[in-house]
Write a protein that binds this ligand. Structure first.
Ligand SMILES: O=C(O)C1=C[C@@H](OP(=O)(O)O)[C@@H](O)[C@H](O)C1
Ligand SMILES: C=C(OP(=O)(O)O)C(=O)O
Length: 436
């Protein structure tokens, strides 16, 4: 599968309502967790993952596992990956220089994972990755006996980990900037070495917690790997050393990717079904449909997936802390509502692929909207819209979200459309399904 992208892509408006059923690729978040767990949990047979996402964020994880000495067998005809550890060591390699591009999950999950090794590991990414925080994870790893440092001393990658395994014990972690720090730690500590003093790791959360559904996803996936996590207090988890095991695991379709297609029904009218998702999903982002519901869409869920039926749209006032990857999707839909939309409590999205609050405000204003930007959110007031060239800030979600505006407004041009490859290389082809 190879994709080529132009430097700019003009989105052709669709002059009618839509009626489509769409299949989106596997979840990025579930894929990268499943790869880590498949590598660490030591069964006798390889663990087979099905429905794996193939994109930049998962390719860097796959590449890192191979570099760390795991045997990784990819079959992209069936989106199946098998992972085995051919050695008795938890982390086969004792040295590695890993490059994760701009994949936050890979950077954070791998930093904790290599702390289980005996050796020296370095992790780096693209220039934007060198601005994304990781110190709160490194400090938790240090508390468990690892020499974990930010090479530049600014709390961001490159990260250097010098380890001789993790030990059990009490550990405090802050997750106000990213929940991925806690997910990373939780997937590593079951494989820590138990000390006689501390039979388990007790992870205490200090302060505000962001993106909570992703923590729940981690706990549920650990349980699928037969790893028990006890919530011993509202802000504390107890995890004993354990092996974990699973021979086969099915990855759900990506709910954040689905948001663009559900939103297309809201913007264009008509209906769009995304296959393979329901509200019991591991992914909090399925709840984006409830925001569309609040705006006036009708939502239907059945065995075929979740369908959004468009309707006249009203503005909404929503706390999107739990589902912040869909803020930009909502930003696009908000332009077509009959009044202002306010997004609250998402200060943490300033640390993602770009400062997403700032970027969204600038681009929505270029399209004609009135936007008030606040530290932790924004208010979007619809005004007459005009097409323009959209800067995407190398952020896949800016590209995929603002393309939706072009389905309705002539003259929307997406600059650097290839940035979708981070999580959804085939997005532009799949968007064409709406025209059929
Ligand atoms: O754990 C995960 O898989 C993710 C957690 C979220 O990040 P934060 O916890 O940094 O908000 C989300 O934005 C990201 O796309 C994936
Ligand atoms: C924030 C995102 O990714 P990550 O943090 O994994 O780089 C995203 O996919 O929107």
């Amino acid at each position: 599968m190879s994709h080529t992208y132009p430097a700019e892509l003009e989105i052709q408006p669709l002059a009618r309502s839509v009626s489509a059923t769409v299949t989106v690729p596997g979840s990025k978040s579930i894929t990268n967790r499943a790869l880590v767990l498949a590598a660490l949990a030591k069964g006798d047979a390889p663990c087979e993952l099905r429905g794996v996402l193939r994109s930049e964020d998962t390719e860097v994880m796959l590449g890192a596992l191979a570099q760390l000495g795991y045997s990784v067998h990819e079959d992209w005809a069936t989106n199946t990956v098998r992972v085995t550890n051919p050695t008795p060591r938890t982390i086969p390699a004792d040295r590695a220089d890993l490059f994760v591009a701009n994949s936050g999950t890979s950077m954070r999950f791998l930093a904790a994972m290599v702390s289980l090794g005996a050796g020296r590991y370095r992790l780096d990414g693209i220039p934007r990755m060198r601005e994304r925080p990781i110190e709160d994870l490194l400090s938790a790893l240090r508390a468990l006996g690892v020499n974990a440092t930010s090479e530049s001393g600014n709390g961001c990658p490159p990260v250097v980990i010098e380890a001789n395994g993790l030990r059990t014990g009490p550990v405090h972690i802050k997750v106000a900037k990213s929940s991925q720090f806690l997910s990373a730690l939780m997937m590593a500590v079951p494989f820590a070495r138990a000390s006689s003093e501390h039979p388990a790791t007790i992870v205490h959360l200090d302060g505000t917690v962001v993106s909570e559904p992703y923590i729940e996803m981690t706990v549920r996936m650990l349980e699928s790997w037969a790893i028990r996590v006890d919530r011993v207090a509202p802000n504390a988890y107890r995890i004993e050393p354990q092996r974990g095991h699973r021979e086969r695991y099915d990855i759900e379709p990506d709910a954040s990717a689905a948001s663009y297609f559900w939103a297309a029904a809201a913007v264009l009218g008509g209906s769009v079904t995304v296959r393979g998702l329901n509200r019991a999903s591991l992914q909090g982002d399925v709840r984006f449909v409830d925001v569309l519901g609040q705006m006036g869409c009708r939502i239907e869920e059945n065995d075929g997936g979740i369908t959004v039926h468009g309707g006249p749209l009203r503005g909404v006032d929503v706390d999107m802390n739990d589902i912040s990857d869909t803020v930009m999707t909502l930003g696009a839909v908000a332009l077509f509502a009959d009044g202002p939309t306010t997004v609250r409590n998402v200060a943490h999205i300033r640390h993602k692929e770009t400062d997403r609050i700032a970027a969204l405000a600038i681009e929505l204003r270029k399209l004609g909207a009135e936007v008030e930007e606040r530290e932790d959110g924004l208010t979007i007031t619809p005004r007459p819209l005009k097409g323009c060239a959209i800067d995407t800030y190398n952020d896949h979600r800016m590209a995929m979200s603002l393309a939706l505006v072009g389905l309705k407004v002539p003259g929307v041009v997406i600059r650097n459309p290839g940035c979708v490859a981070k999580t959804y290389p085939g997005f532009w082809e799949d968007l064409e399904v709406l025209r059929k």
